[in-house]
Design a protein around this ligand. Structure first.
Ligand SMILES: [Zn+2]
Length: 209
């Protein structure tokens, strides 16, 4: 009741474009993610798919989620991912872990959240408890390729008491945005040390080159 009156005087605005929304977290126009399903451009040694184009609209949506902690925007991406991502063939889904400082600031790992419905639908175990970031990475975009490489080496570690779970498993690594592919490649290489049956990679968003 009160919220109805509130909405008459202060209609909800779409956080991406500013248009009035009909009580939805995003206006209908901004809910249309551009399906990309790109999987050929990066040579990272593992099969990958970037599901949605990381365009201007997607950038604003992700910024809302990450920096303004607007978790209301997540369900529609969760559903869209389920609809448009290739069918999963893995057993374990491992989201790229945040560094502990960022996790503490944000209170959630957006990648794990975005992949939740996808994992449930295909019967994958969503496992945020297998790998961790051993050190904080600097802003990678600012570094030269060599320094970036050095910075990413040894970033990911498998917890000692989880190492026995990885041999012969089919693993799907998920990241919210795949740009150079260096982060997911490094994580895949770390996991490969434990002899899983296969490793594939899914990026929710991927910039169009
Ligand atoms: Zn909008």
């Amino acid at each position: 009741m009160l919220s109805q009156f509130w909405n008459i005087f202060f209609p909800l605005r779409c956080p991406v474009c500013g248009a009035a929304t009909d009580n939805a977290p995003l206006c209908p126009g901004c809910q249309k993610l551009t399906v990309y399903n790109e999987s050929a451009q990066l040579k990272i040694g593992y099969p990958y798919t970037g599901v949605f184009e990381y365009d201007e609209r997607a950038r604003k949506i992700i910024a809302e989620i990450k920096y303004r902690k607007n978790r209301e925007l997540m369900p529609f991406i969760q559903r869209a991912l389920l609809r448009h991502a290739p069918a999963a063939r893995a057993e374990i889904l491992i989201p790229v872990p945040l560094n502990p400082v960022r996790y503490k600031e944000r209170g959630f790992n957006q990648t794990a959240e975005l992949a939740r419905d996808y994992a449930a639908y295909y019967g994958l175990q969503l496992r945020s408890d297998i790998v961790y970031r051993a050190k904080n990475t600097q802003k990678l975009a600012a570094l030269s390729p060599d320094l970036r490489r050095a910075e990413l080496d040894y970033v990911f570690k498998v917890w000692d008491n989880k190492q026995a779970e990885l041999p012969d498993k089919k693993i799907l690594i998920v990241d919210d945005i795949i740009t150079t592919g260096q982060t997911v490649k490094t994580l895949a290489e770390t996991l490969a040390l434990y002899k899983p049956a296969s490793i594939e990679i899914l990026g929710v968003f991927r910039p169009r080159l």
